[in-house]
Design a protein around this ligand. Structure first.
Ligand code: MN
Length: 242
């Protein structure tokens, strides 16, 4: 998810771009897509090598700068639609992902795949930090213990889902109503589309780990658990479960 500063920046970019849009839409809508957009690549918030040795700098660079940044290529047709929704993009995206059937059929696949990818990755970068992995705190710590028995029980369940996901996808800790659950999704599908809210996700596409871990996905997931920003996840839980 975008933080407030990024959201402001996106809105500013969108406003700046409005003069270039043709026709009545540009005149009647306060927000519009950047011509290069609609997605703004969020900054990592830490150095590319901050997660070494668990996630290497080259993987981070390719993953963030290439895979994520490429999402804009396949979403022509989006700009008008999101402009009509009159919402900042990440919020607009959440609305769309929560109700894919409401999305016009001609752009539904792009919203699901590219929009889902943008949403998932924007969250993923924020879930990581140097010297992470210390485990949940506060209300989330209590909920994890209650649901999974212990933090170790949680890690085992998430790892099982991550390793068991056939092909590309993600494994998640989600909020299902008030309950915590573990699930996996294929490709860039978001838990939002199944009515759940992602709290924490691990990207198990090969591009997330293959350079360093090759086919050893379980090793990557174990390493990844050392750079999870549990402060962020615990705050996210407190906010979203309130
Ligand atoms: Mn990825």
């Amino acid at each position: 998810m975008m933080n407030r500063r990024q959201a402001i920046k996106t809105t500013a970019l969108a406003s700046a771009a409005i003069a270039t849009l043709p026709g009545a839409m540009a005149q009647t809508n306060p927000t519009a897509a950047s011509p290069a957009g609609p997605f703004t690549l969020p900054a990592l918030g830490y150095a590319l090598d901050a997660l070494e040795p668990f996630i290497d700098a080259q993987t981070m660079q390719i993953h963030h700068d290439k895979h994520h940044a490429n999402l804009n290529k396949a979403v022509s047709g989006w700009q008008d639609y999101l402009t009509r929704m009159n919402a900042p993009f990440i919020e607009g995206l959440q609305v769309l992902l929560k109700d894919l059937n409401s999305v016009p059929e001609n752009i539904r696949t792009a919203v699901r795949n590219n929009g889902g990818g943008h949403y998932n990755h924007s969250l993923f970068w924020q879930l990581l930090k140097k010297n992470g992995g210390n485990g949940p705190s506060g209300e989330l710590a209590a909920a994890v213990d209650k649901t999974f028995g212990s933090f170790t029980g949680f890690k085992d369940a998430l790892t099982k889902a991550a390793v068991g996901q056939f092909g590309s996808g993600w494994a998640w800790l989600v909020l299902d109503g008030k309950d915590l659950k573990i699930e996996a999704t294929a490709n860039q599908d978001s838990p939002l589309s199944a009515g759940r809210t992602p709290l924490l996700g691990v990207d198990v596409w090969e591009h997330a780990y293959y350079l360093k871990y090759q086919n050893r996905r379980a090793d990557y997931v174990a390493a990844w658990s050392n750079v999870v920003n549990w402060d962020f996840v615990s705050e996210r839980y407190a906010k979203l479960s309130a």
